[in-house]
Design a protein around this ligand. Structure first.
Ligand code: SF4
Ligand code: ZN
Length: 324
């Protein structure tokens, strides 16, 4: 197999592009895909400060690596979820990456700052562990970005993540979630812009990139992943992809190009500050404060436990749970 660009011996095959690349040309291919994503969705300006949500997995570290190499002002943030050795190793890997690249890493510990960890939340939160975990991540990343003056939060969702989320949302016709499945969600009052610059790259491509760039990352899955329904959709799509390479790309990138606009709501829901934390919410208290109160056994004045459960299932978007 020869590299499509330079004719040297290829080391990575990308079947959906009918292409193979040597190491150097593959790294250029990845950077080009990220650059294209950033341009197509007007994700980042040269002066923007971007906060990368770093989990310690291959995708978020690959994203941070590419953004730094493209010259962006990219800091990382690691959220300690308290999931035993998995979290300890993830935090360590993130710290070592930041040191090696001379980049800023912000570390927040969920238990120290908010009084609970994810295993406890899974037992007491009334919803799946991954749903509470996703809600906690989105909330904390947004708050930290606001408090530290970042313009954008970037997450490492890749093509496989996005296609699996779209499949899940489509199978259940969750049109509100489908409407939010954009690689760039603009800033709103109290919410920073969110971007997914890896959405044109498959999981195999980000894994190959991390290997070639010698990025040390946590290979093991989170031990709580069994409850993550996205895995089933990923498996189904992997089967389709292996029979017809390109299926995932046609499904998700085709959705973005052809139909996504039809799902956009004309009037976004009105938001006002949460009475407990000040973050924007359509209700009296935000979903995070309601979930946290439930986990800690506190009572907020307004909603019942049933309302908390309903809010969690409404507001947790599978698309935004990252498991890398
Ligand atoms: Fe959180 Fe991902 Fe683990 Fe679920 S699998 S608990 S979302 S880190
Ligand atoms: Zn709140």
């Amino acid at each position: 197999m020869k590299c499509r660009r330079c004719g040297d011996r290829a080391v990575v095959e990308v079947r959906r592009h009918h292409a193979a690349f040597c190491e150097d040309c593959f790294v250029r291919h990845v950077r080009e895909q990220v650059r294209r994503a950033i341009e197509s969705f007007d994700m980042l300006g040269d002066e923007d400060r971007v906060l990368v949500a770093v989990s310690g997995g291959k995708d978020s570290l690959a994203l941070w690596d590419v953004l730094l190499d493209l010259g962006y002002r990219a800091s990382g943030m690691y959220l300690g979820l308290g999931i035993g050795e998995y979290s300890e190793r993830s935090g360590e890997v993130a710290r070592r990456f930041a040191e090696a690249r001379g980049a800023e890493l912000i570390h927040v510990d969920l238990r120290q700052t908010y009084g609970y960890d994810i295993p406890t939340a899974g037992r007491k939160g009334g919803r799946s562990t991954c749903a509470v975990c996703g809600l906690s991540k989105r909330y904390v990343f947004n708050r930290v970005a606001l408090e530290h003056g970042f313009d954008v939060v970037a997450t490492g969702h890749n093509l496989d993540d996005e296609a699996a989320a779209l499949l899940g949302n489509t199978l259940r016709w969750q049109t509100e979630y489908i409407a939010r499945q954009s690689p760039a969600l603009p800033a709103r009052e109290g919410m920073v812009k969110k971007i997914k610059p890896l959405h044109r790259l498959s999981e195999l491509e980000t894994a190959a990139y991390a290997l070639i760039r010698d990025i040390d990352y946590v290979v093991e899955e989170c031990p709580l992943v069994a409850g993550n329904t996205q895995l089933r959709y990923k498996e189904a799509l992997n089967q389709l992809e292996s029979a017809s390479p390109g299926t995932k790309g046609q499904f998700f990138l085709g959705f973005l190009g052809e139909v996504a606009d039809r799902f956009r709501p004309e009037d976004p829901v009105e938001l006002s500050p949460c009475e407990r934390c000040g973050q924007p919410t359509p209700g009296t208290y935000c979903a995070f404060c309601r979930a946290r109160a439930r986990i800690l056994g506190e009572r907020l004045a307004a909603p019942s436990d049933a309302e908390v459960s309903a809010a969690l299932s409404e507001e947790v978007l599978p698309a935004e749970i990252y498991t890398s």
